[in-house]
Design a protein around this ligand. Structure first.
Ligand SMILES: [Zn+2]
Ligand SMILES: [Zn+2]
Length: 142
């Protein structure tokens, strides 16, 4: 019994950690975040639970980026942006693929479109600033 309670407590903690961040974390990120509180938690348990949340519709997988699967606690359809420089996964705050848009598209095509997953790629704001800084610093040095 105690074991079971302990297990569900961890499950809740994993889900809360996922929902409490906008970084679209990997299993390792969640594992590291929960380590101080749950020292006996294993990376495998975190990963299995994240996959289970996806299967249950409590979370979505953003896909594998730089060799690691990223997860999202926001299940409302939305587009993502992945930075090709630092690997940051950001939400695109635009209603490209909200339920209303999908309904319109369904009417338009006659297909019953139920979900969409779109990932834009490019360079994030902070990497752009970094690039700029590097160029400026590079000029006087040469
Ligand atoms: Zn970046
Ligand atoms: Zn997202």
């Amino acid at each position: 019994m105690a074991r079971r309670e302990n297990f569900s407590q961890k499950r809740v903690a994993i889900l809360n950690a996922l929902r409490g961040t906008t970084v679209h974390p990997t299993a390792e990120w969640v594992y590291t975040a929960l380590q101080p509180q749950y020292p006996d938690l294993s990376l495998g348990t975190v990963y299995r639970n994240l996959k289970r949340f996806c299967a249950e519709g409590r979370a979505v997988s953003v896909g594998v980026i730089n060799g690691q699967e990223h997860f999202d606690g926001t299940v409302v359809p939305h587009a993502h942006f992945v930075c090709t420089k630092c690997g940051a996964v950001l939400d695109v705050q635009k209603d490209f693929f909200g339920p209303e848009k999908l309904r319109q598209l369904s009417q338009h095509t006659g297909q019953r479109i139920e979900s969409a997953s779109v990932t834009f790629q490019g360079v994030c704001e902070s990497c752009q600033k970094h690039e700029l800084g590097e160029t400026q610093a590079g000029i006087p040095a040469q």
